[in-house]
Design a protein around this ligand. Structure first.
Ligand code: FAD
Length: 505
């Protein structure tokens, strides 16, 4: 056997972990999975990533784009391995989101506004640090967009609810049906709590100014998805048009297919290869029969007796972005065409509703009305008030919101201990040069996440991604090059390093 030289990456963060906004210990759980130590894998995951099971279903996995294995053959299916680990943990009797440590200082009262991933992650982290946390949620259910935006065929409610139960088991109170600004004033909250984390996301669907937009049958995407997710909308008839080409548009289209629409099409300004939705979302929507009209700008909603009867659009010649950041398409004359539609769903973006902060003194807003925060600590101009997640991000994903919650919790904890300069900033991360790539790695094909057959999934809300079997998950995890070999790993990586390396040679 060849002599194994440990790579000089000791104590450094591997690129996959560096790419994860939440700093998840990716190699920790992937290597433990490769060795069949699934409980250890879950522990490594849970210790660094709040809401791990949710991420296992919906994360856009930026870790995979930086996976060093990708320079040898193909990146590891990290998200699929994570899904295997969290499904395994869910099948075991143990429960709970972690052990509560005693707060270093005095136990303090913290209020969190919004129970989306940012709010939940912050709540969990603060409770684990020993604080007394209450989450205020305007809706009747907890989870934010995880509950009312993302469809069940992407994130099963059983998975979401089990994560929320685990968080509540830490003693966190989640007060649903409580809107700050209506049921309780923001100033009142400030008097009752030592620190506040504002994580109210983006709840308003952007409006489009087109002739016919007030017609019956025009629905904002977030209302449509929320009604479908909460069981208020069970059936759709006729043809459905969707304006937009992002993830929300794809989820709305795929939901419309499952609700029984006879035909679903999406019209978006971007060309197909420039669409804002994740590639796999577009592929799955297309496979389920959603027609895509890319590079088309809607011109007017065609109506009949005050009701939607179609959508007229034209080819985009160019897209200009105005000073307010709005898309202004220039269309090619003479290319107008109309498609019949009985329902029109508008999915062109979301914005924050900050009306509950109106008149509150001490907070700073930018020219576009957004809340100003310090990006490192997530603190606002008002002492003890922090904000993060979608509310302060131009576009957002669940793992970014979770990372913001984690960061805010670290900053809030420091603030409560009297260290107002402290921030939740993660460590500076390492780049791996090609010189450090191991030689003689056997090429092995990546195992992608299997998905339910299109003919089966089109009319049901069951989760589309099926998960890896134990055998395949172990095989896939064992493709990991264990980048931080011989680091100070809780699982004794020095031993693992030898085993992994022998497997690789
Ligand atoms: C349809 C859809 C699909 C998506 N798919 C994915 C995906 O597949 N993968 C991915 O990573 N990301 C996805 N996202 C994005 C992801 O869901 C968001 O980035 C994330 O939920 C943002 O988390 P947040 O906690 O900042 O806000 P939210 O999840 O929006 O939660 C904010 C919460 O605050 C509550 N709230 C607002 N105002 C008040 C108030 N005044 N008082 C009390 N409560 C209030 C709201 O009711 C809400 O529950 C999707 C989003 C949508 C809309």
């Amino acid at each position: 056997m060849m002599e194994i030289k440990c790579w000089d990456w000791t104590s450094k963060i591997p690129p996959c972990q560096a790419a994860c906004p939440a700093g998840t210990d990716v190699t920790g759980y992937v290597i433990a999975t490769a060795q069949g130590r699934y409980q250890d894998a879950y522990q490594a995951l849970k210790d660094t990533l709040p809401l791990p099971a949710i991420c296992a279903y919906i994360c856009h996995h930026p870790c995979e784009s930086k996976c060093v294995r990708g320079r040898v053959d193909e990146p590891i299916s990290i998200k699929a391995v994570k899904r295997f680990v969290t499904d395994y943990a869910a099948s075991q009797p143990q429960k709970g989101a972690g052990r509560v440590r005693k707060a270093d200082g005095k136990k303090q009262k913290v209020a969190i506004i919004g129970s989306g991933p940012a709010g939940l992650a912050a709540a969990q982290n603060l409770a684990l640090r020993g604080h007394d946390v209450t989450v205020f949620e305007a809706l009747p259910v907890a989870g934010g967009m995880l509950a009312v935006g993302i469809p069940e065929f992407v994130l099963p409610r059983k998975v979401l609810n089990s994560e929320i139960d685990a968080i509540e088991s830490l003693g966190i109170k989640i007060k649903t049906n409580t809107r700050i600004g209506k049921d309780i004033g923001f100033d009142e909250l400030r008097q009752q709590y030592k620190a506040i984390f504002i994580a109210t996301g983006k709840q308003n669907s952007a409006r489009l100014n087109l002739p016919g937009m007030d017609a019956q049958g025009v629905i904002p995407a977030l209302s449509f998805l929320s009604d479908a997710n909460l069981g208020k909308l069970k059936k759709l008839q006729g043809k459905v048009a969707i304006i937009g080409g992002g993830n929300v548009a794809m989820d709305a289209a795929r939901t419309a297919v499952r609700l029984g629409a006879s035909e679903v099409f999406c019209a978006c300004l971007e060309k197909e290869d420039q669409m804002l939705a994740f590639e796999w979302e577009v592929e799955r929507a297309a496979a389920e029969g959603v027609k895509l009209f890319c590079g088309r700008a809607p011109q007017q909603v065609v109506t009949s007796n005050g009701k939607v009867s179609g959508l007229q659009f034209a080819d985009v010649e160019s897209i200009k972005i105005d000073s307010a950041g709005r898309f202004n398409p220039v269309v090619c004359k003479g290319t107008e065409c109309t498609m019949e539609a009985d329902t029109l769903i508008v999915a062109i973006g979301q914005s924050s509703d900050l009306s509950f902060l109106q008149g509150v003194k001490g907070l700073e807003f930018n020219q576009r009305g957004g809340l100003v925060i310090d990006p490192d600590s997530l603190s606002t101009g008002m002492p003890g008030v922090f904000a993060g997640g979608d509310i302060t991000a131009p576009t957002g994903t669940a793992v970014e919101a979770i990372a913001a919650g984690k960061k805010a919790a670290m900053s809030i904890d420091r603030f409560l201990r009297g260290d107002s300069n402290g921030t939740g900033k993660l460590e500076v991360l390492v780049e791996v040069s090609d010189d450090n790539l191991p030689k003689f790695v056997e090429r092995r094909k990546r195992q992608d996440m299997p998905v339910m057959d299109v003919s089966k999934r089109k009319r049901i809300f069951d989760v589309v991604e099926l998960g890896l079997s134990e055998k395949v998950a172990v095989q896939e995890a064992s493709r990991c090059l264990n980048c931080p070999m011989c680091g100070n790993c809780i699982f004794d990586r020095s031993q693992m390093c030898f085993k992994t390396a022998s497997r690789l040679l």
